[in-house]
Each structure stands twice: as structure tokens, then as C-alpha cells.
Design a protein. Structure first.
Length: 95
């Protein structure tokens, strides 16, 4: 049987009933052996319905659109805007 769960903080394999974990971050984990899997490329995505109603060509056009955020990466939109078209004052606003 495979037990799959999501954790935002590291855990101890000796205390939890997991056989495997996929972790993003530094390869330091108690009672575990870490193996590099792959790099990560993060891109914004939108539903076809949203784009049909609101065609966008420039990053600045996201200014008043809903931005989904990961609690574990609160700066991700700000970093993306900085890399793709300048500062966006609404980068921390979202869902």
C-alpha cells in the first residue's frame, strides 16, 4: 500500500508511516537519504474561459486579475513579475 500525504514542514520518517517523500528545498532531512529529482520552472496559467473574456498579452494586464498564491511561497508572484515585466503593486493580493 502507498500512503500519500502533503506536508509543508519536514517530518521524521521514524515517527511517521511514510516510505517516500518528495521535498522541495535543501537536501537536509532527519533519518532520510535525499536524491535530486529535477529542477522547477514555474509559469502562470489561466483557464481558457478567463482568457476568452480577458485576452492578455503583457504581464501588467494581470494587475486586476485573481492571483492564486501558495502559502509556502508568498513572494512567488512578486518574483515572477520582477523577472517578467517589472514591479507589480498587486503581487501580494490574491486568493
Amino acid at each position: 500500500m502507498i500512503n500519500i500525504a502533503s506536508r509543508s514542514q519536514p517530518f521524521d520518517f521514524e515517527e511517521q508511516n511514510f516510505d517516500l517523500a518528495i521535498h522541495y528545498g535543501q537536501p537536509v532531512w532527519a533519518h532520510a537519504t535525499c536524491s535530486y529529482l529535477c529542477s522547477e520552472i514555474i509559469v502562470p496559467v489561466a483557464s481558457p474561459a478567463l482568457l476568452a473574456l480577458n485576452p492578455m498579452k503583457e504581464p501588467s494586464e494581470l494587475e486586476h486579475k485573481p492571483l492564486l498564491h501558495l502559502a509556502t511561497r508568498p513572494k512567488m508572484w512578486a518574483q515572477w513579475f520582477e523577472s517578467n515585466g517589472g514591479e507589480m503593486k498587486s503581487a501580494y493580493r490574491g486568493n
